[in-house]
Design a protein around this ligand. Structure first.
Ligand code: ADP
Ligand code: FBP
Ligand code: MG
Length: 529
């Protein structure tokens, strides 16, 4: 590899000091005052998004770069240039000005009313729509900020299990090894607390060769135990300079504070987040890995519930699926199955008794069809449950609210209703699928997706980017600043077309009054961006 050349802004994004030279590199006209770099401090605690604005309402929400806080960092040619597999690819390296159009709302820095959300910059645009929010395109850069033998990387997995975790671990290790000739990769055991309380394991392509065929994570995981100071001390003590953090919304919040502390200490350490959530509750990205596998796995239980229900008079098959705050698994599993008569999710309030309620619908469906299948997400109906069962407000070690068992509760309520208040004898079979769908290995499409995520993370860290999460936005992989990922959860919008498709496929009542519909529409922009 050639000798390192000193280059403080060659990444094409800027340090805190932003020059017109840099503006040219991101494709902006520096003479136009509207193209100024806008400082947007204070959006999420002290995470300061790097915002670049351009013509026609173009906004780049950029990710930090190590050269933002360490000046005169040397760079060298990307070794992929000499890799026979990649060197034949036409235009393999990503240019400085390549960005990916987001599907997120513009906020206070929009040209419209300050502080207002606007949904004008989705991927489906009107003729005069502003160009809207963009993210830096993921992929290999011509110059890298680490020499191969200098890299000491670590990987950690945190939060709940998710199909594909082992694939991401495998592909980070193999990507570093095969694309960048990096040999030093450590696995941190047992989540965040593993940085300071457990041993590490050395990860080589041989060690990780078969792990994508197994469910879970070979590194183990945990909730709670995030101690920023201890974690960054451990990173410093072990001489780690690339940190790959795989986890959900909680984990990415933890990664954001680790990045802030690393930056405060002025360390040459890249922090890359890989979003993991079986619930698909992370915003901005198209979907999270493991979600497809979970939906596919849910089909087996829904089929079983359907067979049970159709084999007996007035049979009801009830399936509980994961989905703490977001009902995507339940919604997609229902849409895929076509055997489901009612899908209950946290985002769509429902009620049991009286006209338009669930009991009335069950009775009607059984009279029409002789059987029915109900899918319920674990977070559905929690407000109804807490009216009956005293809410304990208990939390898990990460601070997530512990939920009451909605599946057990609703099966009991249905049984009680039909035995006491209705003359109809029912046969209800309850299948709790919660943990079954997340302990499996990733399916084929998730495995390919995990590979792209891992490789994007590796390319980003090698190119000196830091404080970012990778993920597909409108089909193209991008580097997304942490603040965007952690500011809110992605939820099903019940006034969107997808939920309408579900309602029309199940024929279930919407359980919404006109007032509810108006309220839901009002919050649609906030939820869907
Ligand atoms: N606000 C936060 N700041 C720092 N660390 C956090 C924060 N929220 C969660 N974490 C840490 O992230 C890890 C995983 O979080 P958790 O919510 O359990 O799962 P997930 O990342 O899948 O959402 C835990 O170790 C937890 O301590
Ligand atoms: O019992 P555990 O391990 O805390 O996990 C239960 C939770 O994990 C999840 O599957 C995923 O949550 P996270 O993505 O936050 O880890 C939730 O749907 C569920 O409530
Ligand atoms: Mg979470």
């Amino acid at each position: 590899m050639e000798s390192m050349v000193s280059n403080s802004v060659s990444n094409g994004v800027a340090a805190e000091i932003i020059t017109s030279d840099v503006k040219e590199k991101v494709g902006l006209n520096p003479t136009n005052p509207r193209n100024g770099f806008v400082s947007m401090g204070g959006l999420l605690n002290n995470l300061k998004p790097k915002i670049v604005s351009g013509d026609f309402g173009y906004i780049l929400e950029d990710v930090p770069h190590m050269s933002d806080y360490i000046h005169h960092l040397p760079t060298c040619t990307n070794p992929l240039q000499y890799n026979p597999a990649y060197s034949v690819v036409k235009k393999y390296f990503v240019d400085h000005d390549e960005t990916v159009a987001g599907k997120v709302c513009m906020r206070s820095y929009s040209e419209g009313e300050p502080g207002k959300f606007s949904d004008t910059n989705r991927i489906v645009v009107h003729k005069n729509s502003p160009r809207g929010i963009h993210f830096r395109r993921a992929g290999p850069r011509e110059r890298v900020y680490f020499k191969s033998d200098e890299v000491r990387a670590c990987i950690v997995t945190c939060g709940g299990l998710c199909p594909g975790l082992n694939t991401v671990i495998r592909e980070i290790v193999c990507g570093l090894h095969h694309m960048y000739d990096v040999k030093g990769v450590l696995g941190i055991v047992g989540g965040y607390r593993g940085f300071y309380s457990k041993n590490t394991i050395s990860l080589t392509p041989k060690v990780v060769n078969d792990i994508h065929k197994r469910g879970g994570t070979i590194l183990g995981t945990s909730r709670g135990g995030h101690d920023t100071k201890k974690i960054v001390d451990s990173i410093e003590d072990r001489g780690i300079n690339q940190v790959y953090i795989i986890g959900g919304d909680g984990t990415q919040k933890g990664a954001a504070v680790i990045f802030e502390e690393i930056k405060r200490r002025g360390l040459k350490v890249a922090v890359a987040g890989i979003p993991k959530t079986i619930d698909n509750d992370i915003p901005v990205i198209d979907k999270s890995f493991g979600f497809d596998t979970a939906v596919e796995e849910a089909q087996r239980a829904i089929n079983a519930a359907h067979v049970e229900a159709t084999s007996i008079e007035n049979g009801i098959g009830l399936v509980k699926l994961m989905g703490r705050n977001s009902g995507f698994i339940a919604m997609y599993a229902t849409l895929a199955s076509r055997d489901v008569d009612c899908c209950l999710i946290p985002e769509s309030p429902f009620y049991l008794e009286g006209p338009g309620g669930l009991f009335e619908y069950i009775e009607k469906r059984l009279k029409e069809n002789g059987h029915m299948v109900i899918v319920i997400a674990e977070g559905a109906g929690q407000e109804l449950l807490s009216e009956r069962v005293r809410s304990t407000d208990q939390q898990d070690a990460s601070g997530n609210k512990l939920l009451q068992d909605a599946g057990l509760w609703i099966s009991q309520r249905i049984k009680d209703h039909f035995s006491k208040r209705s003359k109809m004898a029912i046969n209800l079979k309850y299948i709790d699928l919660m943990y079954m769908i997340r302990a499996v290995p990733g399916n084929a499409s998730d495995n390919v997706y995990c590979t792209l995520l891992a490789q994007s993370a590796v390319h980003g860290a090698m190119a000196g980017y830091t404080g970012f999460t990778v993920g597909p936005v409108n089909g193209r992989h991008a580097y997304i600043p942490f603040n965007r990922i952690i500011e809110k959860q992605h939820e099903v919008v019940i006034t969107d077309r997808m939920w309408a498709r579900l309602l029309s496929s199940t024929n279930q009542p919407s359980f919404l009054s006109t007032k509810d519909v108006i309220e839901a529409s009002k919050t649609e922009n906030l939820l869907n961006c």
